[in-house]
Design a protein around this ligand. Sequence first.
Ligand code: NAD
Length: 274
Amino acid sequence: MNIQAPLPLDQTTRPLAGRVSLVSGSTSGIGLGIARALAAAGSAVVLNGFGKPEDIAETQARIGSEFGVRVRYSGADMSKPTPIAEMIAMALDAFGRLDILVNNAGIQHVAPLEQFPVEKWDAVLAINLSSAFHTTRLALPAMRKNNFGRIINIASAHGLVASPFKAAYVAAKHGMIGLTKVTALEAAEANITCNAICPGYVYTPLVEAQIEGQAKAHGIPREQVIRDVLLSQQPNKRFATVEELGALSAFLASDAAASITGAALPVDGGWTAH
Ligand code: NAD
């Protein structure tokens, strides 16, 4: 009989102990949920995103004390290549390695194509897509050096299917899935995986802004916006949670997910099964 030795405690309770993660757009919503889940699994974390300095300092301190990991913060504007390069350099300087990169920062703008403001198109493409190109190209050398890496791109159900009035967002998210596949192919032999997570609607400040906007535009109560507008395509009629996305990210970052790469994983309550 082959009796396997039990895993050391840290590998079962803190599977990401010793790892270093960077999560763009992690001062709020999904990014914050993912940063918390990676920290809970034992990873040191670099936070990024906008917000009030005192709120960010509190988030940084809370994650550090709650999970006993080191936490740094970069205020890099993800629409700009130079601050992105400075953020990656800071992470490598602080921790000497970068194992897990989560490209999550994103914005939305809703308008018909003919009236879509050109500067909004440029901003959505820069923040939701080009930023992931920059972080990935800059993080790969450090990952290759350690023969380990996990890149997780937060795309969207809108990376798989379209909705009207979201030209820039849908184009950027489809592009994100293409970038995911290319990264997966180029890095596969170095034990670096790259996957896209494609959430349906998740309740976050980004979605709260859409609920308010649609309620005003259609003159209907917010409950009706949630059920009949936002969740009309989501068969399970509930928002996904940031905790669910955190748990999936922690799994994709773990050794157990070593053979999952180049995938676009829907977390959408069945939306894209239509
Ligand atoms: P959110 O607005 O709650 O958080 C966005 C984060 O990105 C914040 O931390 C914000 O400060 C940061 N950010 C925005 N612009 C930035 C910039 N220029 N530089 C640096 N940071 C910047 O949004 P969320 O709902 O948590 O969305 C996170 C990601 O998930 C986005 O890519 C979004 O497209 C994607 N997504 C969200 C949903 C949803 O239903 N909420 C669904 C599918 C995909």
